[in-house]
Design a protein around this ligand. Structure first.
Ligand code: ZN
Length: 504
């Protein structure tokens, strides 16, 4: 029986929606695991998650999906390359081809080995003993090489891995923009270090009772536009955002009663991710038209609210008096001093604690190491030495141990090679989008200063959130900003802000 392209499309979307719904059931299990589940539930939960993932994978790799795609692809239904049908078919094809290329035993082996590697990593990290982690890390790397071979690539295996996180972007693309970034960033960090000016950070390292931080966090996240009718904020060790379904986007944060920054900027960050998810076109839920473009684009949304908005004066002109009302410890601190304190720049060992300027160096270092690793230029056993050498180069300091060095992040034990670059790409996208938003809305920041953030939220919604996966990252940036991704907007922003703060 032949099926018309229209019918084929209908069936494809119905099937894909079902797979998405299975994925969101898994997301709910994952959210629960990381927030409220009792520790002893781990094993049972991993079985639930594995079962659901297996069912979803089986459904998605069914040959019927391939048949339906072929019928649609050979028809006029996709003549316009950015129509709903064409976009959904293009993206489902991409995911389908990737999924069927991975042999089942490799998928299972990756899940098994990375789960073990994470617990070995936790122990090795506690003992600061890289040799304990090395055998499992080698296994993970071997499997990632196999995965890259299964996917296929044009130039280097690392490209195939990056493609899982930042689709259609190669290590050459990233190297080009990162290289230019490095050339301007390294001298800026040096000049800041040599300026001799230092903020008084005791202003933000004081008593900040958790209940007051919760109150303030709810106020700022609501003001910027995170919708609590369709979302919630909970506590977890590692903050994250997850979508359970239309009208249910959940974010988390963590509180430090002796430091204001962590929960505050963490909440702004996750609220930015959450607003992207909440802004997806609901009528397309369960299809690529309601999915994020790439991890880099997702990160641009969180970084914009956290940094471009939350670490700048217009935001604090409005919120500082409110913060002073809520937190007794801020009563006598001047806005200028507070502002300098939340913008301290200093080379430091740990990525997740790094400031807006040096953060990107942490990413450049990881990207270079991973690229060399998958080009066969370095081996797993070389990682601590290579890490420390590069660290000295970039930051002028050497980690005292591997826990604060090459074992600090969970990514490698999880098999997330190719992921790190998306953090810095996110910063670059954020700066370029924000510069354009300011150009389009000249009083954008004046409105921040009076507590009105709707201008930016609406701009993001129109240009980015409501588009889902209609445009690929590179095309989206060009379409929205009129130019390809570059380091320029971020460097212009960083230089202008930090030369004022540090008098350089
Ligand atoms: Zn993020």
């Amino acid at each position: 029986m032949t099926v018309t392209p229209e019918k084929a499309y209908e069936e494809l979307i119905e099937k894909y929606r079902e797979i998405t719904i299975l994925g969101t059931c898994n997301a709910l299990l994952g959210w629960d695991e990381r927030t409220y589940m009792p520790k002893a539930g781990t094993e049972g939960r991993s079985k639930q998650v594995a079962l659901l993932s297996g069912i979803a994978h089986e459904k998605f790799t069914s040959p019927r999906i391939g048949e339906l795609l072929s019928i649609i692809e050979g028809s006029s239904l996709i003549a316009d390359s950015i129509s709903d049908e064409a976009v959904n078919a293009r993206e489902i094809r991409r995911n389908y081809d990737k999924a069927v290329k991975l042999p089942k035993d490799l998928v299972e082996e990756l899940a098994r080995v990375t789960s073990l590697a994470q617990s070995v990593w936790t122990e090795a990290r506690e003992k600061s003993d890289f040799s304990l982690f090395l055998p499992k890390l080698k296994e993970v790397i071997d499997l990632k090489f196999r995965q890259a071979e299964a996917y296929g690539y044009q130039k280097e295996p690392y490209d195939a891995l990056i493609d899982d996180y930042e689709p259609n972007t190669t290590s050459d693309d990233i190297s080009e923009v990162f290289g230019k970034l490095r050339n301007e960033l390294v001298p800026l960090v040096k000049a800041i270090g040599e300026s001799g000016k230092r903020p008084d950070t005791s202003i933000v390292e004081n008593d900040f009772p958790v209940d007051l931080q919760q109150k303030f966090g709810a106020e700022v996240s609501t003001a910027i536009g995170f919708d609590y009718e369709g979302g919630r904020l909970d506590v977890s060790t590692h903050p994250f955002t997850t979508t359970i379904g239309p009208g249910d986007v959940r974010i988390t944060t963590r509180y430090n009663p002796k430091h204001l920054n962590q929960a505050l900027f963490g909440t702004l960050h996750e609220a930015g991710h959450g607003m992207y998810e909440q802004g997806m076109p609901q009528e397309h839920f369960g299809t690529p038209l309601a999915e994020y473009v790439s991890l880099g684009i997702h990160e641009s949304q969180s970084r914009m609210w956290e940094n471009s908005v939350g670490r700048n004066l217009p935001f604090w002109n409005y919120f500082y008096p409110k913060a002073q009302e809520i937190f007794p410890s801020l009563k006598n601190a001047k806005l200028d001093d507070f502002f300098f304190a939340i913008n301290k720049v200093e080379p430091s060992l740990i990525r997740v604690e790094a400031d807006e300027v040096t953060y990107n160096l942490h990413i450049l270092l990881r990207f270079e190491i991973e690229r060399d690793l998958f080009a066969g230029k370095i081996k797993a056993e070389d990682l601590p030495a290579v890490w420390n050498e590069k660290f000295k180069d970039y930051f002028g300091i050497v980690p005292p141990n591997d826990t604060q060095g090459c074992m600090q992040d969970i990514h490698w034990s999880s098999g997330y090679f190719g992921y790190f670059a998306t953090y810095a790409l996110g910063n670059l996208y954020a700066s370029q989008f924000f510069a354009k938003a300011k150009e389009d809305i000249p009083d954008l920041e004046d409105r921040f200063a009076s507590g009105d953030f709707s201008g930016l939220k609406d701009w993001l919604h129109k240009n980015i959130h409501s588009q889902g996966k209609r445009y690929r990252a590179g095309d989206l940036v060009e379409k929205v900003t009129g130019k390809p991704l570059s380091h320029e907007a971020m460097m212009t922003y960083l230089k202008s802000k930090f030369s004022t703060l540090y008098g350089i």
